[in-house]
Design a protein around this ligand. Structure first.
Ligand SMILES: Nc1ncnc2c1ncn2[C@@H]1O[C@H](COP(=O)(O)OP(=O)(O)OP(=O)(O)O)[C@@H](O)[C@H]1O
Ligand SMILES: [Mg+2]
Length: 396
């Protein structure tokens, strides 16, 4: 669900913004301070829910709001009411407001309001459940691309989610090679820079890798990479989250406007960290940069990768490995063991780890992380429909 929140006093809504930024039902959150902005600039393009903080009458007239709501019948308008005025409520409802949240509100009341919006959107068929992840290594080579490809493979082929990998490592993108090199003509920059980007063009530009699994590759020239503008990337990411169940964006480890734009569009940011002092240091620094750039740090979780399997090996890799894991634990979303044989086998074959080494501890850890990131318990795995029909015939 994509939310745009307009307010005159965003500072006073800090609690609401934090709650929305960590709510997994909210895929995109845009906050706009109306100081200096005209009501005429208000746009509902790519917005599912518009939240107005008490602005009706003083910043936008009921007539202007009604016009806007008529031109975007799929969008829901919620009003944060700071005063108890029945005349205001009548005007607001007449202008298209469908939900009122009295302020101050408790976390439970906010949660309830969001659930109601979701319910209404799904009744109108406007809801889209796409989950977007960005993944980046705390330090180059920690395994972001490898993890992205393997998680995406499991989501697509085991959980039956239509999954898109977007390779936005614009200089050294290598996602094309992980699951067998495939021929492709388009790349993510060409698609994003298309002036009238449409679903059919995006679909046709995605390289099919496996059943349900697609890739939008990175460009292979610096000149092409430099053409990408964050505002264009916005459109691409919104469209991708509509067309696919899961989108995972593979990023380089440096932070810039492109990477922050991706994070703003993501439900969750996955930081891949190896249990070494150098990685930990970079991980902390990266978090600080993200915070400074306004990315809600609550969205950022850690995947500890290349964990030595035994305590003795752990100490050989880094004497502080156990300490580092403990330090990261409150952000940790998954732990992936180091398994050089399985990783080398997978890369050599251009296959996923779960295919080439299904019983390895690395495969098991990848499976459980892929499930938990989508909030799926192992028993809920979706079966391909052909198998379901075959099973139900056998049962009859
Ligand atoms: N758990 C693991 N066990 C063993 N090897 C691994 C593991 N995870 C990743 N690797 C290996 O580490 C290497 C680097 O991984 P990868 O390219 O995914 O890193 P990256 O963080 O994307 O790096 P870059 O900064 O180049 O984008 C790959 O050869 C991969 O096979
Ligand atoms: Mg990479």
């Amino acid at each position: 669900m994509r939310i745009a929140l307009y307010s005159k006093q965003l500072d006073g809504l800090k609690r609401l913004v934090e709650q929305l930024a960590t709510d997994k039902r909210v895929s995109h959150l845009r906050t706009v301070s109306v100081d200096g902005a005209e009501a005429g600039d208000l746009s509902l393009h790519n917005v599912d829910v518009l939240i107005l903080d008490d602005l009706i009458g003083e910043w936008i007239t009921p007539a202007e709001l009604e016009k806007l709501s008529n031109s975007h019948p799929d969008a829901l308008i919620m009003l944060i009411a700071r005063q108890d005025s029945s005349a205001l409520f009548v005007d607001a409802v007449g202008a298209g407001v469908r939900s009122i949240l009295r302020w101050p509100a408790t976390p439970a009341e906010i949660d309830h309001a969001i659930a109601q919006c979701l319910d209404r959107l799904s009744r109108h068929g406007a809801r889209h459940d796409g989950r977007t992840f960005t993944i980046l290594a705390a330090k180059g080579g920690s395994g972001a691309t490898f993890t992205a490809l393997n998680l995406a493979y499991i989501w697509a082929t085991r959980l039956e989610k239509r999954t898109l990998i977007i390779d936005l490592d614009l200089q050294y993108g290598d996602a094309t090679f992980g699951l067998g090199e495939s021929k492709h003509r388009s790349n993510v920059v060409q698609v994003a820079q298309d002036e009238t980007l449409e679903a059919s063009y995006l679909e046709s530009a995605c390289v099919p890798l496996r059943r349900n699994l697609f890739l939008l590759p990175s460009p292979v020239s610096l000149e092409e990479a430099a053409r990408l503008e964050p505002s264009r990337l916005d459109n691409l990411l919104v469209l991708a989250s509509r067309l696919f169940d899961v989108v995972i964006i593979d990023l380089p480890s440096h932070i810039d406007r492109i990477t922050t734009c991706c994070m703003e569009h993501s439900n969750q940011v996955l930081q891949v960290v190896a249990p070494t002092v150098v990685d930990l240091r970079n991980q902390q620094r990266q978090l600080r940069y993200l915070h400074e750039l306004g990315v809600p740090v609550a969205k950022v979780g850690t995947l500890i990768n290349r964990m030595p399997m035994s305590e003795r090996r752990r100490r050989n890799v880094d004497p502080f490995a156990t300490e580092i894991e403990r330090h990261l634990s409150n952000r940790t979303l998954g732990r992936l063991p180091r398994d050089d044989d399985a990783a080398a086998l997978a890369i050599g074959a251009g296959e996923s780890v779960v295919t080439v080494a299904p019983d390895s501890p690395l495969s098991r850890a990848l499976e459980s992380t892929a499930h938990s990131l989508l909030g799926v318990t192992a028993g809920e795995t979706t079966m391909p429909s052909g198998w379901r029909q075959w099973l139900s015939r056998r049962r009859q």
